[in-house]
Design a protein around this ligand. Sequence first.
Ligand SMILES: [Zn+2]
Length: 335
Amino acid sequence: MYVLLLVLLALPSCQAASEGHGWAYIGTKGEKSWPKNYEFCGGVYQSPIDIHQDILQYDSSLQPVKLNGYNVSPAESFTLSNNGHTVQMSLVPTMQIKIAPFHYTASQLHLHWGQRGTQKGSEHCIEGKRFAGEVHLVNYNSDKYSDITTAMKESDGLAVLGILLEVGPFNPTFEKIISQLHSIGYKDQSVQIAGFNVQELLPKRLDEYYRYEGSLTTPPCYPSVLWTVFRNPVTISEEQLITLETALYSTDRNESVQMTNNYRQLQPHGDRLVSVSFREGVVLTIALACLLGVLVIIAVTCLLIRRKRRSKKSSDSRNVAYTAAAGVEENTSKV
Ligand SMILES: [Zn+2]
């Protein structure tokens, strides 16, 4: 009887947990309210962050990101879906990355963007700059965990690759996704697209990136993500960006609320540092320090030379005065 009472008392909260709470980027379910239903969203090690000079540390052990199985045959297919928060593309488990000491298996990729006319929609910012959009390629630690649902709750469970988007030349690989957006305009719609080389969505240089420990940027905000944000953005055309910003709705056909600004605000970095795989910033700092040092040496040398000349001049003028006086004396003696 007592056990039954406990079960009955526990039932409503279990149901609530299994149904999940709605969340959004604006309005009453906007991100300020996330921590009420998802406690991790108000916790530590949250993402995204602004990546800036003061929190960077060069790490010579960071190796280029290794991709395996990214060239997916057109005989296979990806499911592209509108989940009411973003456009998501399911990936195939043969796609893997290695970030020592673990292998991670790809699960899905999705995008974040702003609204028409702003070109500001990335989640991570670099030195305060927000980019036009951002792709997240989500992978789980398949050496330790059997699936993403288990892995996402563990501190070493996920590795997400972040690719910043900026406006530039037309991107034919992104077009494979963008050209399909009109057919998944409303929430819960999906479409199959033929396999392609997913590596073409990434920047060419896989050796230049920022790495830090953070979280999912949407509820439940688990702090389980090893982030790799590539230094170099990838370009899409202005027309492609506009399609991304305008083609989707976060609702069904009856409500038609446009899916825009689906990025989370920057989170405090706290005591976290961001490891960086490349040295340019560090080299620049050293070069500036050297330049400053050289300028100081030149300034001090100039000052010393000037002082020396001045003291030489004054000793010369003393000699001249003495000679003149001697001359006068000589002349006087002659008189
Ligand atoms: Zn994301």
